[in-house]
Ligand binder design. Structure first.
Ligand SMILES: *Cc1c(COP(=O)(O)O)cnc(C)c1O
Length: 295
């Protein structure tokens, strides 16, 4: 397996005429480049959980996800790298053919356990997995150790230079880390990829020690989690043509669309310097029909 490499991270400047017109600078922190499959924020969120599991001498990491979960893929690979067993509790019946994400997880040594959607929703853990030697990580790495890990993301840029950090938001763990790592005069902007997840602000506040400066947008979900429209896919192709930056349709495509839209609507004051977090997730594009995207 190819190694995870932070050296591959770049900061790419976005060019669109509107940025010049509005006097806004925008760059993308390319966490998608650390590995072709285990890209992005999941690796950052996992690091302290794994350290703790090893300190506690746990034998196996158990975590949760869907068939195309970036978190499952990253956990499988991370556990293999650290020499610890992994079990993925997967939402839904076992399909006749595994998704490429689950195939990768399995090939990395993860044991897959399928549970019904309703059990998954209720976080029901199969009794045989409730074992002292198992270490559980919540879906998406939600929790304090995930936040601490995500906070280290900003060590890979000139943090003080930027006025705004912008990211896609699922569980809110990554944005909590970014908020924690940023200065009070910097603003963190989160684009929720779920529809009507109105508890999100509370979820994020629950991960932070103090009141902080962040702003969430809920209108860029394109129909809901992992939903998309032709408009979104066209935007992603256009964004790639303009900037040579690929995005995924679940998270980063919606982030880039939202930021460009907010720039048009003058949400950001002239002179703003934005850093957009490319949190990875490109492996999920394999669920789209071939030829949908130009990259
Ligand atoms: C999981 C994920 C996110 C969301 O991170 P949270 O910490 O759950 O908010 C964003 N982008 C990508 C590519 C992801 O895989």
């Amino acid at each position: 397996m190819q190694e995870i490499s932070f050296q591959n991270i770049t900061i790419d400047t976005i060019s669109y005429p509107i940025l010049l017109k509005k006097n806004i600078k925008a760059s993308v922190l390319r966490l998608d480049k650390i590995h072709p499959v285990i890209s992005g924020n999941k690796w950052f969120k996992l690091q302290f959980y794994l350290q703790e599991a090893i300190q506690l001498k746990k034998k196996t990491i158990v975590t949760f996800g869907g068939a195309w979960s970036n978190h499952i893929v990253a956990t499988a690979a991370a556990c293999r790298a650290y020499g610890i067993n992994s079990i993925g509790i997967i939402r839904g019946e076992m399909p006749p053919q595994l998704s490429s994400s689950l195939r990768f997880a399995k090939e990395s040594g993860m044991q897959l356990v399928f549970i019904s959607r309703s059990d998954f929703r209720e976080n029901k853990i199969p009794a045989e997995l409730l074992h002292e030697e198992n270490y559980f990580i919540k879906t998406g790495g939600y929790g304090d150790a995930g936040v601490r890990g995500a906070a280290t993301i900003l060590q890979h840029c000139e943090k003080d230079y930027y006025s705004h950090f912008c990211c896609a938001v699922g569980t809110g763990t990554m944005i909590a880390g970014l908020i924690q790592a940023s200065h009070p005069h910097q603003q963190t902007i989160g684009i929720s990829v779920l529809k009507n997840n109105l508890e999100l602000r509370q979820q994020i506040m629950g991960l932070l020690q103090e009141k902080s400066n962040f702003h969430l947008f809920h209108q860029f979900h394109f129909g809901g989690y992992a939903r998309y429209t032709t408009e979104l896919l066209n935007f992603m192709n256009n964004f790639f043509e303009n900037n040579q930056i690929p995005s995924d349709f679940v998270y980063t495509g919606k982030l880039f669309f939202a930021v460009m839209n907010l720039i048009k609507k003058d949400f950001f004051p002239a002179g703003s310097k934005l850093l957009l977090i490319h949190s990875g997730g490109l492996q999920g594009n394999a669920s789209l029909q071939n030829g949908t995207l130009i990259y």
